[in-house]
Design a protein around this ligand. Structure first.
Ligand code: HEC
Ligand code: HEC
Ligand code: HEC
Ligand code: HEC
Length: 137
């Protein structure tokens, strides 16, 4: 009797967890919109997170959501619960420039290497896409 009660409560907790989880999932990510950029100089960057990563065949989350230990990238640990700016933003205009630089390295270096995906400013920071995304909301 006691055991089945515990199982029931656990079951309900698991259900609630999974019902609530999509709100925090990467499924909905359509843009890179780091909160450290309080004033954006460029249009928002379209980035259909899951679809992009599937098409680009990037298998491990920590390819982007990495952590480092003593200067060495961890093999299995990842940081998808953190914004990139939590580690790559030191504050102020200089910090914002540096954070943008880090994003550009992360995104463009691969596109250049595999010769696929956008490398021009206006391809990533695109006014038309920004408008289209706003209309979807
Ligand atoms: C190509 C790089 C890349 C890969 C690979 C990647 N992500 Fe992300 N992810 C991002 C970027 C960029 C953001 C947006 C960060 C921001 O706005 O601060 C993000 C955001 C997220 C968020 C935050 C969603 C939110 O609501 O704010 C979660 C969760 C996440 N990713 C999980 C994952 C998981 C799980 C995987 C592996 C299956 C993964 N990511 C693979 C780049 C990547
Ligand atoms: C938990 C902290 C942490 C998070 C979160 C994090 N990084 Fe990093 N990242 C580091 C550390 C530490 C290094 C290595 C030291 C350095 O170059 O700053 C690094 C290095 C990098 C580099 C190489 C920098 C260079 O100058 O060559 C890029 C690019 C990068 N990160 C992009 C990202 C992106 C994009 C995200 C978000 C998807 C992210 N990082 C999230 C800690 C983090
Ligand atoms: C490891 C390689 C890799 C990384 C890292 C990467 N991309 Fe890509 N990206 C690709 C490839 C490959 C394509 C072409 C995929 C296709 O459309 O078949 C692509 C295509 C795109 C496209 C156009 C396709 C679409 O879905 O509209 C956009 C926009 C894009 N990437 C943005 C980004 C952004 C922003 C980042 C950094 C947060 C990023 N990418 C990081 C490999 C990468
Ligand atoms: C591969 C995609 C890509 C390309 C190409 C690219 N950017 Fe970005 N850029 C990003 C991402 C991703 C961010 C982070 C956006 C965010 O969080 O709002 C960013 C951030 C920025 C920011 C800081 C945020 C803002 O709007 O003030 C500036 C400025 C910027 N980029 C300028 C440029 C310029 C200039 C070029 C061309 C030389 C360029 N970018 C090319 C992806 C790209």
């Amino acid at each position: 009797m006691k055991k089945s009660f515990v199982a029931l409560i656990t079951g309900i907790a698991v259900l609630i967890f999974f019902a609530a989880a999509p709100g925090y999932s990467q499924d909905d990510v359509k843009t890179v919109d780091d909160s450290a950029f309080t004033e954006k100089k460029r249009p928002v960057v379209y980035f259909p997170h899951d679809a992009h990563n599937e098409k680009a065949e990037i298998e491990s989350c920590n390819y982007c959501h990495h952590t480092y230990e003593n200067g060495v990238k961890s093999e299995d640990a990842s940081s998808e619960d953190q914004e990139c700016s939590e580690c790559h933003f030191s504050g102020g205009a200089k910090g914002a420039d540096n954070l943008a630089r880090v994003y550009h390295i992360a995104c463009k270096s691969c596109h250049e290497q595999v010769k696929q995906g956008p490398v021009m400013c206006g391809e990533c920071h695109n006014k038309e896409k920004e408008k289209a995304l706003k209309n979807q909301l």
